[in-house]
Design a protein around this ligand. Structure first.
Ligand code: SF4
Ligand code: SF4
Length: 374
């Protein structure tokens, strides 16, 4: 991780917080901070990704603006996190995509959608594209299964590989000097992810809108996270149906892929639209306005994936199925393409930070000061 203005500012703030320690019950950042006397660039990258932007420390802080110390941890950590995404992106030549990321995500989505639309209309006759198709293989009459599977697998496979490489780079740098992560630490980190513990703001919730506490943001994140997992499970089950059982889509309304896909789509739609709305009613003071475009672009893209998927499910027995399938696939393709180069990566680095935190806690810390030195 390089030295930047945001990293230097985060260091200044952590040194003040380390003397104060008033917020130590709010989240994992403060106990992790207390294990250190000095903060390397990599430490600050780790701490910034451990921050879940609950904003509790901003409203609790006696040194927040207008105090001369101008302490605004949520904003500074958000800026450092974004620099982390660029620093660890793979391949490095694409790291610049994290700059002006809202525009980049929108452009890639538009190009992916246009490419799928143009190719389908060029290769498919209107009577098939706009026709009514029912029974096994109905979707594949419009877009052949081989095309759908090969494009989906190659782009998603690349995205997963790029994310794994980013994680490895982060771990090598931001977790250098960390105690070895044992299975118990891995379990603890997975539990923290599953319940989004650090969005509880010390038990009272986040400061979603202002200084009052609320659990709304945490629940919206749960809806997105589990909605995404349910959609992934639906696709996995459908793949087993297709290749192992030789049951060809579309599947009945009460089949596992449809039930999982419907629940997942609704969760995603609720989580993304709620989070999007929350962005515009939040107190802007602890936020980083320059990151709003990147934050909202991914939410809109994910909401469009979910909405078109649900519409496709509802209208699959009508003439709208063909165009809806093409539009849905265009948004899914865009999602796969931007996955490693957008705000989506925050989940990967947050997990890495939580894993390091769990490993440090399990071993008693990295560099505890000698007794009596405090
Ligand atoms: S954010 Fe403010 S109140 Fe909280 S630990 Fe830091 S200096 Fe203290
Ligand atoms: S914003 Fe919340 S999660 Fe981030 S450092 Fe402050 S209290 Fe911790």
């Amino acid at each position: 991780m390089h030295a930047t203005d945001a990293v230097a500012e985060a260091r200044r703030m952590m040194e003040i917080c380390n003397a104060c320690r008033y917020c130590e019950g709010y989240c994992a950042v403060f106990p992790a901070m207390e294990l250190r006397r000095e903060f390397s660039n990599a430490d600050l990258s780790y701490l910034a990704n451990l921050c879940h932007d609950c904003r509790g420390c901003f409203y609790a802080c006696q040194y927040a603006p207008p105090h001369a110390f101008d302490l605004n941890l949520p904003r500074t950590f958000a800026q450092v996190r974004t620099e982390t995404y660029e620093a660890y992106a793979w391949p490095g030549v694409l790291a610049r995509l994290f700059r002006h990321n809202g525009v980049v995500v929108s452009l890639i989505a538009a190009v992916a959608l246009a490419a799928v639309l143009l190719l389908t209309t060029a290769l498919q006759v209107p009577v098939v594209l706009y026709g009514v198709h029912t029974g096994p293989g109905a979707f594949y009459a419009v877009v052949p299964y081989g095309t759908m599977a090969s494009v989906g697998l190659s782009t998603f496979g690349y995205a997963l590989f790029a994310l794994a490489m980013g994680f490895a780079r982060f771990w090598r740098d931001a977790a250098a000097g960390s105690p070895r992560a044992k299975p118990s630490a891995l379990w603890r980190a997975l539990c923290d992810v599953a319940v989004l513990r650090n969005l509880s703001g010390g038990g009272y919730g986040c400061n979603d809108r202002d200084e009052s506490f609320s659990g709304l943001r945490r629940w919206l994140h749960h809806a997105m996270f589990y909605g995404f997992l349910a959609c992934f499970a639906a696709t996995s089950v459908a793949t087993i149906y297709h290749h192992v059982l030789r049951w060809i889509a579309p599947y009945p309304p009460l089949s596992a892929p449809v039930v999982l896909g419907t629940l997942g789509g609704l969760g995603l739609l609720l989580g993304t639209s709620g989070s999007f709305a929350l962005k515009f009613v939040r107190d802007p003071a602890p936020g980083a306005p320059e990151l709003l475009g990147a934050d909202t672009a991914v939410l809109v893209l994910l909401a469009l994936v979910a909405a078109t998927g649900l519409l496709l499910l509802g209208l699959r027995a009508s003439g709208a199925m063909g165009p809806l399938l093409v539009v849905h696939l265009g948004f899914v393709l865009a999602f796969f393409l931007v996955l490693p180069y957008s705000k989506f990566v925050h989940g990967v680095y947050r997990f890495g930070a939580l894993l390091r935190y769990a490993a440090e806690r399990a071993s008693g810390g990295v560099r505890r000061p000698p007794a009596g030195e405090q």
